[in-house]
Design a binder for this molecule. Structure first.
Ligand code: FAD
Length: 511
């Protein structure tokens, strides 16, 4: 019997998917699976939203696996059904922005059910220590575990309440990436369940094509059930510094100098402040509030556009003095506005988890669970000035809706065998418009995003979207450019029925 599932079944949706017909026999057959965990069919609304809060699609079932085998059995079952409309999406912490971890009328796999402190294994010995964790672990928990051994992963995201599988499916970028590359450049081995339900161990040496496909693969080729992540000795403390510039050229010149140094700062980021300084602008920076130089009355910004360089130096208590001298000599090479230097010291864990402190504050004010029409772009070095002149100088009149991050990355630290695509220049910038919105102002923010994208297109900026969102195959082909054929080949090899990650809207499932 065919069950007609209408649009109306979707809960309050800004964007809705088309009417689908699902075979109820396909769904019932899932109940016959012998799993350690379980499938639930009554609470599917729990997997219908994400951080972006712009797309909402109701799945038909949620799988709460207790082992990778649960995921393999479910995938194998759906694969064996052959042509059917059932799809499967891994859901990490659902901090996607445009429904990427949703599966309209399909099965959402709640990856956090796999997280298990007893199964986190830290290998301290040898030259290359690593931690092996489930793909559903949050990075904050990985960090807490490894710190017990005085170790930590090398490459981060700004926010740690994201899953290992979720960020490895994109890239995982933060202020350490200029030195170590993104998180996908810091993985030794993966266990993956492919779209055919096979459990495969892969690395750069073994099943290398699958390994590289899955890293940055937008969930298209398999579900990451385990990952071995590179570790380094963890510092005890961090010296965290912010300085301001009013000249974009000086700002980028200094950022580019800092990412070229082998022994410079350990973290290099930056952000743009346009015409004001509201709470959302400062949501990452609550730590600085009492002495924030941007708020300091002695510094008059006069509505100018300012650029804040954010840098950090790691240290241990026993080398604090030497670190101070090193920092001083590094700062002496920079051209910031002298009165705007602010610095503080904090434990490494607190530095890495800094955005969570802002989350707690925003949640208390009801400002966290709101639509987030974020736009993340990778802009080549050769066009960043044209981009800044138009977007920061003309198109945006203020930055009151949320932070605008901007910092450069070294392409040589990215492995071009992975699925992640970046601009074709040695240096490119991450520019992230991290707006918060109300339901009423959402359309305005989305239209601003469209204008930014149109400008890039018209001016030939050579931009690549990070956490990309496209809806047509030709847009996806343009995004992957000369890598598209390889992406298509890998899809045919590892998920030939296009069961996985339908929320990315790359390969509609054949039926
Ligand atoms: P989800 O949103 O649950 O999933 C993302 C995609 O990956 C989906 O397609 C899903 O199907 C797939 N997926 C999830 N788990 C797996 C798995 N185990 N195997 C295969 N596929 C899987 N990104 C950065 O790079 N740097 C940052 O500094 C940064 N900061 C952020 C701060 C905040 C507050 C937020 C909300 C996001 C930030 N992001 C950042 C973006 C973030 O990395 C991505 O949104 C990431 O996908 C979120 O991880 P998640 O666990 O929530 O994944």
């Amino acid at each position: 019997m065919k069950l007609l599932i209408l649009l109306a079944a979707l809960i309050s949706s800004h964007h809705v998917s088309a009417t689908l017909e699902l075979d109820s026999a396909d769904l019932s057959s899932l109940k016959t699976l012998n799993l350690e965990g379980y499938l639930s069919f009554h609470d599917t609304h729990l997997a219908s939203r994400d951080f972006g809060d712009c797309y909402h699609s109701l799945p038909s079932a949620i799988l709460r696996p207790k082992s990778p085998q649960d995921i393999a059995k479910t995938l194998q079952h759906v694969f064996d059904l052959g042509p059917s409309k059932l799809t499967i999406a891994a859901r990490g912490h659902a901090h996607s922005l445009r429904g990427q971890a949703q599966a309209p009328h399909g099965i959402v796999v709640n990856m956090e059910s796999l997280a298990d402190p007893k199964k986190r294994r830290v290998h301290e010995g040898g030259k290359s220590p690593y931690v092996e964790v489930s793909g559903g672990e949050l990075w904050i928990d990985v960090l807490r575990q490894t710190l017990k051994c005085g170790l930590a992963p090398r490459s981060w995201t700004d926010y740690l309440h994201l899953t290992v599988g979720g960020t490895l499916s994109n890239a995982g970028i933060s202020g350490q990436a200029f030195r170590y590359g993104p998180q996908i450049s810091n993985v030794y081995q993966l266990e993956v369940v492919t779209g055919k339900g096979e459990v495969v161990n892969c690395s750069a040496q073994k099943n290398a094509d699958l390994f590289h496909a899955v890293l940055g693969g937008l969930g298209q080729f398999g579900i990451i059930t385990k990952a071995r992540i590179a570790l380094e000795p963890a510092p005890e403390m961090v010296k965290w510094i912010r300085v301001l510039y009013s000249d974009f050229s000086l700002f980028t010149k200094d950022q580019e100098l800092l990412i070229s140094l082998e022994k410079g700062f350990d973290y290099v980021e930056g952000f743009v402040i346009i015409n004001r300084n509201g709470i959302l602008n400062n949501w990452r920076s609550s730590f600085f509030t009492p002495e924030n130089p941007i708020q300091a009355s002695r510094f008059n910004s006069n509505g100018r556009t300012l650029y804040c360089l954010e840098i950090a130096k790691n240290f241990d208590f026993n080398n604090a003095n030497a670190t101070d001298q090193e920092v001083e000599s590094l700062l002496a090479q920079l051209s910031f506005i002298p009165s705007t230097l602010f610095s503080s010291e904090l434990p490494y864990l607190d530095f890495l988890d800094r955005v969570h402190a802002s989350e707690v504050k925003l949640r208390a004010q009801g400002l966290w669970e709101v639509p987030h029409p974020w736009l993340n772009l990778l802009i080549p070095q050769s066009t960043i000035h044209d981009f800044a002149e138009e977007i920061f100088g003309k198109l945006l009149t203020d930055s009151s809706n949320g932070p605008i991050l901007i910092y450069p990355l070294n392409k040589e630290k990215w492995d071009n065998r992975t699925s992640a695509v970046t601009p074709n220049e040695d240096i490119f910038y991450l520019v992230a418009f991290l707006s918060s919105s109300t339901v009423d102002s959402l359309e305005h923010s989305l239209s601003q995003n469209r204008r930014i994208l149109e400008f890039c297109e018209k001016q030939g900026i050579g931009m690549k979207q990070y956490l990309p969102h496209y809806t047509t195959k030709s847009e996806w082909a343009a995004h992957f450019s000369h890598r598209w054929q390889e992406f298509v080949r890998r899809k045919a090899a590892y998920d030939p029925l296009a069961i996985l990650a339908p929320g990315q809207r790359i390969f509609p499932k054949a039926n």
